[in-house]
Structures are given as structure tokens and as C-alpha cells.
Design a protein around this ligand. Sequence first.
Ligand code: FAD
Length: 432
Amino acid sequence: MSKQFQAIVVGAGPAGSSAALAMARAGLDVALVERGTFPGEKNMFGGLLHRMTSIEEIFPDFWTKAPLERHIAKKGTTFMTGDASFHVQHETVNFDHTPYNGYTVFRPRFDRWLAEEAVKAGATLINRSTVEDVILKDGRVTGVTIAGRKGELKAPVVIAADGVLSFTALKAGLRQPKFSADQMAVGVKALFDMSREMIDDRFGLVRDQGFANEYVGCTGGVRGGGFLYTNYDTVSVGIVVHISSLRNSGKTPYDLLNAFLEQPQFAKLLSGGRLAEYSAHVIPEGGYTMIPELFGNGILVAGDAAALCNATGVNLEGINLASHSGILAAKTVIEAHERNDFSSKTLKRYKERLDLSWVMKDLKGFKNAPKMLHIDRIYNEYPELVCSMMEHIYRIDGTPKTSIPKLIMREVQQKIGLKNAVSDLMTAWRAL
Ligand SMILES: Cc1cc2nc3c(=O)[nH]c(=O)nc-3n(C[C@H](O)[C@H](O)[C@H](O)COP(=O)(O)OP(=O)(O)OC[C@H]3O[C@@H](n4cnc5c(N)ncnc54)[C@H](O)[C@@H]3O)c2cc1C
């Protein structure tokens, strides 16, 4: 048996549901196919939902309707060694009560809600259905097959929004079968239950304010970092590490996460909390050079499936890029229906739209960030340098002080080496 739609979206994550919502609101008959028992069941992230201007266009009351936790009013970075830490933090009234600096959300709740909005607009959500292949006719994608089920879903165009390992893009020949371990990271997260009052007191928050913090030097020398995000009455903590560096270390992500959670400077932030769950997921961190073919005859690729994730070392953005690309893919499909042409001649407009958007501009602008993030010294020597320098600056012990410029030079020479420091600075300059 085969069922006919005007468009099929594979994957009900932020990319897929945004695409389905935009197409359904334009009156298209859309199938949104999801392998989980509900959208979001299998999804996790850090996680900060950043500003999503594209969805606000089609959904003006998005921020009042979405299931949000806390809005991020302050952000910080902590450099850590085994026995010291140095923390910098930014807080401004401009980030209070606006979506500009993001909200914490839970993916099972958020993804489910967004997919339901697509359904309200008229999309057909098909849960518990893993797409295993694309149907090709005369070199054109004309539908998908679902694992373990006879029958097919047919449509003149398919949007592959099935996440970082996208088998749909692979089957359509739009990406290489193998990924480079250098371009992939893995994130593991632990969720701690804590009362709302405890979170407010501990992190200095009021109303629905939230706090987001990144940690450098907490991954035992493995390239990567840690994070802490406050939710309404839980705290998300975790690490994200490069897979190639993890493999070389011989450690498991859980070894690293547990070591991070046990560091005394960090453990006290979680005291009184109850560990509720663990989760893990892969992240495409290769940036601009990792982006595969974005369109073909009868197919478009959006979100993580297209490696549209911007990890600069300062911010990690994925959901906003996924949603924006999903909406641009939807606009292109709507146009293809108006022209009744689903060949790559019309679908290439998707790439043109993306190229003109902030998504590609940002990814291009930060295309050297992955190279910077491969400097191993960032994860060991630099946190040691920062912590040791601050200890010397703050120490008053009845001995003569070294001037700060002299101290910096001495510490840089001892811990990094002048040549390395200049080279790292140049790499960072080009990356950021
Ligand atoms: C640890 C970690 C921290 C992160 N932190 C942040 C953050 O703070 N802020 C941020 O913006 N981004 C963050 N990201 C990145 C962000 O999560 C992703 O960029 C984003 O989820 C991509 O959305 P997507 O819709 O493209 O893919 P996904 O969210 O992966 O959704 C894909 C969907 O497709 C479904 N699917 C997969 N295969 C099939 C199939 N064959 N058939 C049917 N359905 C299928 C999946 O079940 C899923 O629902 C983080 C990621 C991780 C792992």
C-alpha cells in the first residue's frame, strides 16, 4: 500500500517540525515521520534555545506558547584545573526578560510541542516509524520506505531532517558514508533535581532567570568542555568532547563526566541535588567545511543532517540553525509546488536562500573555529596558566610582587612557550 503526500519530512526534531509547520500553514499536505514513540523521545541537548527569528515570522506568539524553563540572564566561563578555578561572568538587564539570550528547554517537551503545532496546522505526524530508504524513480526521490512495514510514503519532495547521522541524506547519495572523527563530538549530560528555591539561591537568580556556564579544563586534557544550565527545578550538567581526542585518550565519556562532577569546585554547586537521568548524543562540529550536498532531485537536507551546527567554543548553536534551515527548505518546497517542478533546478533555491541567511554567514564567518578548537593546549595548559596567574595576582604574602605584565610573560613562557602562544593567538584571531 502506498500513501501520497505533497511533501514528506523525515525526523520531528526542530528542523523537521519547523519545516512541517511552515508547509502545513501554507496549505500543503505534509507527512512528518518520526522514529520515536513521540517527537523528542530520543532527543537531548545541553540546552539553550536561542532566538529563532524565522519561526517568529510564522508564529508571532512563539515565545509565550513554547514550553520554556528559564531565560538566560547571565552567562559565565570557568577555567579549571584539578585544584583551582577562575570564573568570569556577564550579566546585563538587556538579557533579562527577552529571548535574545535564550531559554533553557527540555527536548522531550519542546520537540513534542513543536510537532503538535505542525499537526494543528494540518501536518500528519507518523510516530514509531523509522525511514530506512528513499524511493528513487528516474534519478529523482519520490518517497520513503519505513523499516519493518510494507507500503511506502510517496511525495514529489522529501526533506531529510533526521539529525546528525542522516541515513536519508546518505541513501539519497548526498553525503559520504563515513564521517571523520575529527568533525564529530559527543555530549553526555546528567540532570539533577533541585528545588527552585535552591537553584535561585545558589546561582543568584530571581523570577524565571537562568544561568548558563561553560567550563574549560575539566575534561582531563581531552579536547572539549563542560556546561551547566539551570532549568526551572533541575540543573543540566555535562561535557562535550571531540571523538578523535576521546578515542586517543582511551577514556569513556562517562569516566570524564564523573571526574568532572567530582571536582570539588564543581561538586559543591550540585550538593543537595538528586541525580535524575543521564543522556548522550553526537554533535556535528566540523562547521562550514562539513556541510554535505544540500539538495538533489526531489530532496533537501536541513538541520544537523546538513551539519548546520555552529560550535565556536564561545557558543554552541544548533536548534536555531536547524529551525531556520527547516523553514527555508519549506519555503523552497512551497515554491516548487507553485512551479510544479521538484528538480534540483528549483530546489537549488534552498541553498541560495541559506547562503543569503545568517545561518551560512555565521558558519562561513566562523569556519576556522574547528581548527582553533583542535589546539590541545586550550584544554590543559591555558586553564593552568589562567588559574596560576590569578593566584599570583591575588596572593598577598609579605614577599615582593611581580608586575602583572612581567608575570604574564613569565607564566606564558613557562606554561605555553612564546612561539606557541603567538601561533595560538593568530589561530584564535582568525577563528573568532
Ligand atoms: C550535548 C549537546 C548539547 C547541545 N547544546 C545545544 C544548545 O545548548 N543549543 C543549541 O541550539 N543546540 C545545542 N545542541 C545541538 C542541537 O541539539 C542540534 O543542533 C539540534 O537538535 C538539531 O536539530 P535537528 O532537528 O536537525 O536534529 P535532531 O534534533 O537530531 O532531530 C532529528 C529527529 O529525527 C528523528 N530521526 C532520526 N532518524 C530517523 C529516521 N530514520 N526515521 C525517522 N525519524 C528519524 C530523531 O528521532 C529526531 O527526532 C547540542 C547538542 C548536544 C548533543
